[in-house]
Write a protein that binds this ligand. Structure first.
Ligand SMILES: C[S@@+](CC[C@H](N)C(=O)[O-])C[C@H]1O[C@@H](n2cnc3c(N)ncnc32)[C@H](O)[C@@H]1O
Length: 213
């Protein structure tokens, strides 16, 4: 028994060494692995973002990349952004069932500076009473679904997690009152970079089954 377990541990350590060697060799030749997730710009924080995994996901692409990349549960579209950054997709198709989120994506693609200006105004306006301000923005978002309001909510809400009332459909996530959300200059830089990378992409509100059918 002792003998077989020592053979097993010897084998698993050999396997581990081989995997590490392979990962190291690949990482030095694949920039999306060696650069790390922080090299991939992120338009807004989003719970469940695949940004940390995007490098590994790109490693599974054909070596020459793909013509059109479809991201059917897009959220923050981390895989599309990474694929465009490393020239692994010619165009991207961003799709999600969350309609206001896709409205925000359209704005990021078409008018990133205008969106950044609006965020800046909100970020400054909130300073005198951030808690009250967040609730006001949330109420207004539930009436209008305006993209800049969703951007502000994503930057300020708990764990960047969108949460909706099942009955009314209202956005009901609370604010993370330890933070005021990313500074406007940081948000502008992110939106500008992502918008630039994703020019030519399409955005659609749809269930994944429709998109993949
Ligand atoms: C965990 S998030 C994905 C995050 C994304 N991969 C990223 O990198 O940010 C899951 C997303 O799937 C979307 N979703 C949930 N059910 C869906 C469905 N049936 N069809 C399409 N999108 C859906 C949600 O709105 C949410 O944005």
């Amino acid at each position: 028994m002792r003998r077989s377990s020592s053979i097993l541990s010897e084998r698993s350590s050999k396997l581990l060494n081989m995997t590490t060697m392979l990962a190291t060799t690949r990482a030095s030749s694949l920039p999306w692995l060696s650069d790390g997730p922080r090299a991939i710009p992120q338009a807004f924080p989003y719970q469940g973002s695949k940004r940390a995994l995007a490098g590994l996901i790109l490693s599974l692409f054909p070596e020459e990349g793909v013509g059109r990349l479809v991201e059917p549960f897009a959220g923050s579209a981390a895989v599309c952004v990474a694929a465009r950054k490393y020239d692994m997709a010619e165009t991207c198709f961003i799709s999600d069932v969350n309609a206001p989120l896709m409205g925000l994506w359209r704005q990021i693609l078409c008018a990133p500076q205008e969106l950044s200006n609006r965020y800046e105004r909100m970020w400054l306006d909130q300073q005198s009473d951030p808690r009250k301000y967040y609730v006001r923005v949330r109420d207004e978002f539930n009436r209008t679904q305006a993209p800049e309001l969703l951007l502000y909510l994503l930057c300020r809400c708990v764990k960047a997690a969108v949460r909706y009332n099942q009955r009314t459909g209202d956005f009901n996530q609370g604010a993370d009152n330890r933070r005021l959300g990313a500074r406007p200059d940081v948000v502008r830089e992110r939106l500008t970079a992502v918008s630039h990378l994703l020019q030519g992409s399409s955005v659609r509100v749809a269930d994944y089954q429709t998109v993949l059918a």
